[in-house]
Design a protein around this ligand. Sequence first.
Ligand code: ADP
Length: 263
Amino acid sequence: MLDKSGFPIELSGANTPMVSFRKVRKSYGSLTVLDDLDLDINAGEMVSIIGPSGSGKTTVLRMLMTLEQINGGVIYVDGKPLTHMPKGNHLVLANERHLRSRRADIGMCFQHFNLFPHMTALENCMEGPVQVLGLPKAEARDRSEELLELVGMIAKKDQHPSRLSGGQQQRVAIARALAMRPKVMLFDEVTSALDPEVIGEVTNVIRGLVSEHNLTMLMVTHQMGFARDISDRVCFFYDGKIEEQGHPSELFGSPQRQRTQQF
Ligand code: ADP
């Protein structure tokens, strides 16, 4: 079924991407930041976004986090419109209630970890599952401890963030996001605020998620080596558009476009 502007009310079928941007437009005043962006991410795929500053990389993540409305197009998550809701036979812009109901599908880790300072590592992880998902405390604790184990932070579960290094706080932030069992994980420059000597501990956690857990992930990073090592696909953004995309070996090995080569 098609919306009056030509967008399907739902995507279906075996090949439905986990995330789909369809002709997404975002502008601030006269500045167009995303220009009819089409981007599909398949379930279990790790996609990295690279590109010059101001090219719209973070905006892609912000739109997925439903932090702001888009100006055109539709974003689907798991086949269902995120930015819109069905009304009769067409799609209308999502209201706050719709957005709230979909937000738990998306987990996000930022450059600045934003842990709750008055809570321990464990309490930080339990907060969302208890308050938002309504999980019983015992279940939320089990789930959180499992994830703190996964990110190598179980020994520090009772520490407050101020007692942890930047790398350790970021690992707790990753566990906290995973505790919501999101369908998609977003990573926005998660290593850029870290001291060089602790970057490895965070990239290793993400590497582990890629190799052992079939998560759908979208990452914005300046770390080209890291993007090349772990991504199934790398998208090079330029001026709110995907200038070139492909397997890391193609994009880094033999970039086709001049702008990608220069970058
Ligand atoms: P990148 O992550 O690639 O560096 P961004 O997605 O953060 O780029 O930003 C893309 C463009 O949008 C930039 O020119 C930026 O100045 C502009 N921009 C981002 N957020 C806002 C905002 N809230 N108001 C006005 N302009 C914005």
